[in-house]
Write a protein that binds this ligand. Structure first.
Ligand SMILES: [Zn+2]
Length: 277
């Protein structure tokens, strides 16, 4: 059953922005403020976590799923899913690329945010290459990724206009239609590299921090792994210092850093932001 007046092609509402990251809580740390800002502007945003966090010192994969759903709610994300790639063992295999390509075809984002391609954690930099190559593959007409395991959906908020009578399986066949995002940008917060641009998240900073704190098993003060995990106050100080640093580069209070491989295109010199002198 479908809502009156809605054709089948309109049932699949594409995402405007999809952030792809290795672990649950990565997006909250690197680009959560930007996702929230976009959602507040009326865009549909989504998050794809490649792993489910089963290797974590604290909490189980089930705990982290509940926390990821709560964090998605705080960030006003329209969709959040997780693949079944093993935590700590993200590899850029054909099979994994097909899994990500399937999500890209189903969700059809215009902008994809990937992790930066260098870093300390192998999962992070591998996720970057895997994500990029999946974006390329997803656009190939003859590629078939319909046989791959779909992402486990932890949050799915349909657009308000489609809520009534929207069929549960309206995205079932979407994985067959090629799609390539228009823009790929890289979230660089985990790595010391000069960003191409920063996004002002001064008004989203507190909610972004709250989304990270939704991972209670990871970030609340507790005995398990206390030598590995910084105390709550220290986390707050670190998150704030980084956001202030990038904010300072952009002449605002708090910001998140990004890198794009392409050059910037300018129409009007008088509209270029960030003061020079
Ligand atoms: Zn991570």
């Amino acid at each position: 059953m479908s809502a009156p007046g809605i054709s089948s092609s309109e049932k699949i509402q594409p995402l405007d922005v999809l952030a792809i990251a290795a672990h649950r809580d990565d997006v909250e740390q690197t680009c959560g403020g930007t996702l929230l800002k976009m959602a507040e502007r009326g865009y549909r945003t989504g998050i794809l976590d490649l792993t489910r966090g089963e290797m974590g010192t604290r909490g189980s994969a089930e705990d982290r799923e509940r926390e990821a759903a709560e964090a998605a709610r705080v960030l006003k994300a329209s969709w959040r899913g997780a693949l079944d790639i093993p935590d700590g063992r993200i590899e850029n295999t054909w099979e994994n690329k097909l899994k990500v390509a399937r999500v890209l075809r189903e969700q059809r984002p215009r902008v994809v945010i990937l992790p930066y391609w260098k870093g300390r954690h192998p999962d992070h930099y591998t996720a970057s290459t895997l994500g990029y190559e999946a974006c390329f593959l997803a656009g190939l007409k003859k590629l078939d990724c319909s046989a791959t395991v779909p992402a486990a959906v932890v949050a799915d908020v349909p657009p308000a206009t489609l809520r009534a009578g929207r069929p549960q399986d309206s995205r079932q066949d979407a994985g067959a239609t090629p799609h390539r995002p228009f823009k790929i940008i890289y979230a660089t917060l985990y790595y010391d590299v000069r960003p191409s641009f920063v996004v002002d998240i001064s008004e989203q900073f507190e909610a972004r921090f709250a989304s990270l704190m939704a991972y209670k098993t990871q970030f609340s003060d507790q005995e398990a792994g206390k030598d590995l995990f910084p105390a709550h106050k220290e986390i707050r100080n670190r998150v704030e210092a980084m956001a202030r640093f990038y904010g300072m580069l952009g002449g605002v209070e708090y910001a998140e850093p990004f890198l794009q491989k392409e050059v910037g295109l300018v129409e009007d010199l008088l509209m270029i932001p960030v003061k020079s002198i």
